[in-house]
Design a protein around this ligand. Structure first.
Ligand code: RNT
Ligand code: ZN
Length: 414
């Protein structure tokens, strides 16, 4: 018997069908962020990264051009099992023949190369307007700026992005999740908390007044607690973003780096599912703060996946990754994080949710605890290996050698 057959038998003894879990996971889409490949640099501006987010590290070999980034994406995606979607930011517009468009003038054609890339690989595309790293970010403010010219510029950017999102959906035949996150906030304790939020609200209303096909484009709104240099006040707080999303029928997005350190997104998922048809996630790893460390196979990532699965919400949660580490090989960073998201989902699919719920309802917390703990040492790794095999992705450590080879042959020559 192979390791997989042994594992399958062990799970089957408790009524868990590992083949079914593998089949289910094959259809779950995880959106992978292009910005891990170049430290959120993009191609449209020479400005340093801003907005209270930061990539640290100086690992050699970072992608400098669209072609390099695409090659790196191909390499990383080939080492990750499962269904993937490409997550782009507006700053990754590709200008050809010396042309240039400012953020408020971006058009679908500036993303034609990405569409070609995605179509050739049978992938959908998600999208993000880029409200940072640009000269029109005035005093750390964009959509909430009291300066009307600044605010309007960013409203135009949002509107332009909605058109591009719709173009992605039409071209790829898959829906496009367009996520709005603004960095706006203050380092100092503000004298007016309502004004910026009122302006943000007005700006969002203006952006969303653009007609777009709601069956193809899902607009999400991402909240945050604080950013570097913006420690005292964040315009798009959790309460603001949740209230706005609910009231305006758009989709709330939770990034698990965007809460106070003892809060967990895994506990929030069910509340949002109770009130929203769809919800969206940025899965990341916060180490003491929103540090965007590579996702590991840790308790919170597992718990997030368990929540999605036991709420029977695999088709209601848009799962995206969001981290950027420049201190390790960037292809490895992508691969480790994305494989771990897949592991967490498979792990969740191999836990008998109905049985455990039943113990909870019967107040048999003893069995609920005891059984949950026993599953933690089941031969999950053998099932994950089989899943990789069936997806044509490298099994176990095999990808590491592939990644080293790519570093020797490609990255080290940059
Ligand atoms: C920032 C948000 C946001 C960004 C990306 C690059 O704190 O998490 O999602 O990470 O848009
Ligand atoms: Zn995020």
């Amino acid at each position: 018997m192979t390791n997989y057959e042994l594992a399958k038998a062990k799970y089957a003894k408790y009524g868990i069908d590992t083949d079914a879990a593998i089949e289910t996971l094959k259809d779950v889409t995880v959106s992978i962020h292009c910005w891990q490949g170049d430290d959120v640099t993009g191609f449209d501006s020479k400005e340093a990264l801003s907005g209270g987010i930061q990539t640290t590290g100086n690992y050699p070999g970072k992608a400098r051009t669209p072609d390099e980034l695409m090659a790196d994406i191909d390499k990383a995606f080939s080492m990750v099992p499962g269904k993937k979607k490409l997550n782009l930011h507006a700053c990754y517009a590709i200008f050809e023949d010396g042309e240039y468009a400012n953020r408020n003038e971006l058009q679908p054609k500036h993303f034609a190369k990405w569409v070609k890339f995605a179509k050739e690989r049978g992938m959908g595309i998600d999208f993000n307007p880029t409200f940072f790293a640009h000269p029109m970010v005035k005093d750390n403010l964009t959509l909430s700026s009291p300066d009307e010219e600044t605010r309007k510029f960013w409203v135009e950017h949002g509107k332009a992005c909605l058109k591009i999102a719709e173009y992605f959906a039409n071209e790829t035949g898959e829906c496009c999740v367009m996520n709005i996150w603004i960095p706006d906030g203050f380092k100092e304790i503000p004298a007016d908390r309502l004004g910026p939020r009122a302006r943000f609200k007005e700006s969002l209303d203006e952006i969303l007044a653009t007609p777009y096909d709601k069956s193809k484009v899902y607009v999400t709104l991402e909240s945050k607690v604080f950013g570097i240099g913006l420690e005292s006040y964040t315009v798009g707080s959790a309460e603001f973003c949740l209230s706005y999303s609910t009231k305006n029928n758009i989709t709330p997005l939770m990034d698990n780096g965007h809460y106070h350190p003892t809060e967990v997104v895994s506990d929030k998922i069910s509340s949002l599912l109770a009130f929203n048809e769809k919800i969206a996630l940025h899965v990341t790893r916060a180490v003491r703060w929103d540090s965007d460390h590579v996702v590991i196979f840790d308790d919170e990532t597992k718990e997030i996946a368990k929540e999605i699965v036991r709420c029977d919400a695999l088709d209601r949660v848009f799962i995206a990754l969001d981290y950027f580490d420049a201190s390790v090989n960037r292809i490895a960073a992508w691969t480790v994080g994305a494989r771990n998201m897949q592991k967490a989902l498979l792990n969740a699919l191999l836990i008998p949710a109905a049985e455990l719920k039943d113990y909870q309802d019967k107040a048999d917390y003893t069995k609920m605890l005891a059984i949950s703990e026993e599953y933690k040492t089941f031969p999950f790794g053998d099932v994950f290996d089989e899943y990789c095999r069936r997806c044509g992705a490298p099994v176990g450590m095999d990808w590491i050698e592939e990644c080293d080879k790519y570093e020797r042959e490609v990255l080290s020559k940059r």
